[in-house]
Design a protein around this ligand. Structure first.
Ligand SMILES: C[S@@+](CC[C@H](N)C(=O)[O-])C[C@H]1O[C@@H](n2cnc3c(N)ncnc32)[C@H](O)[C@@H]1O
Length: 255
């Protein structure tokens, strides 16, 4: 008998297998304006110069961030639970990469790497897809060297509600905010709907500070990537699609 956590992890993996082709199209056709115009730049800015860094791209998807960092000269291992996405990542020739690049199907709960192997772990749009990120945070602490950094970009724990992107903001009542909550929805990116539903898992801000602290991290930065006043003034897409803070970026240092 599967326990509940295992059943949810298996469901998540199956849903990502079903969504793999869709996700490759969204990313490679640059359909997701949140990433292309906002969160990618925020993550790369938080990482800084990738030259010579040993990086784990945790939940790497089809691998675009890993490729970007390898092009800068980082040695990157990408892991993802979806075989379809790992196959898509491996299929891209690593021409132009100054560092090394490899991809392995694995769960972030059990990273195939030695203790202290990485200078940086990046989890880009991953944590909302984990029902319980605590084991993954423990693994990130294990595989980072002392002084290594964890960079997390995820949905904003305080404000994100179902269909926030569509402008439907009613706020999150405290009775829900302080419990972990799952939001079931299909991706709809630039009019393209995903074949499979996904669950976005949200938990309060204090979950992150407490779990990171207990795993041996110190939070060194917290940012809320958001459009500029000019983007909001001049572009109706941003006015509708960014009714409240949607994203949180955390940088935590391994003690
Ligand atoms: C929204 S996608 C983000 C992918 C990539 N980081 C990006 O930004 O395009 C979430 C990813 O998390 C992966 N994922 C979900 N649970 C996972 C787990 N336990 N271990 C590794 N990857 C996981 C999914 O397969 C999917 O590729």
């Amino acid at each position: 008998m599967e326990d509940t956590a295992e059943a949810i992890a298996n469901l998540t993996r199956r849903r990502w297998e079903d969504n793999a082709e869709y996700w490759v199209q969204v990313i490679r056709d640059r359909r997701d304006r949140y990433r292309v115009e906002l969160t990618d730049a925020a993550v790369l800015d938080a990482i800084g110069d990738g030259t010579g860094l040993r990086v784990l791209d945790a939940g790497c998807g089809e691998g675009y961030l890993a490729r970007t960092l390898a092009a800068q000269g980082a040695d990157v291992l990408g892991v993802d639970v979806s075989q379809g996405l790992i196959d898509a990542a491996c299929a891209v020739p690593s021409r132009g990469a100054r560092g090394s690049l490899s991809f392995v199907r694995a769960s972030v709960d059990d990273v195939p790497a030695a203790d202290g192997e990485f200078d940086l772990v990046v989890a880009n749009h991953l944590f909302s897809h984990l029902q319980d990120p605590t084991p993954a945070i423990g693994e990130f602490a294990r595989v980072l060297r002392g002084g290594g950094r964890l960079v997390v970009l995820t949905l904003h724990p305080c404000f994100y509600v179902e269909n926030s992107e569509q402008g439907a903001m009613n706020g999150v009542p405290a009775s829900r905010y302080f419990r972990q909550r799952g939001v079931d929805q299909y991706f709809n990116v630039d009019g393209l709907e995903s074949p499979s539903m996904i669950t976005s898992w949200l938990r309060p801000l204090e979950y992150y500070s407490g779990t990171l602290r207990d795993a041996g991290f110190v939070i060194s930065d917290l940012r809320e990537p958001h459009p500029t006043p000019e983007q909001l003034r001049d572009d109706p897409w941003w006015r509708k699609g960014f009714p409240t803070a949607l994203f949180m970026l955390l940088v935590a240092e391994r003690r």
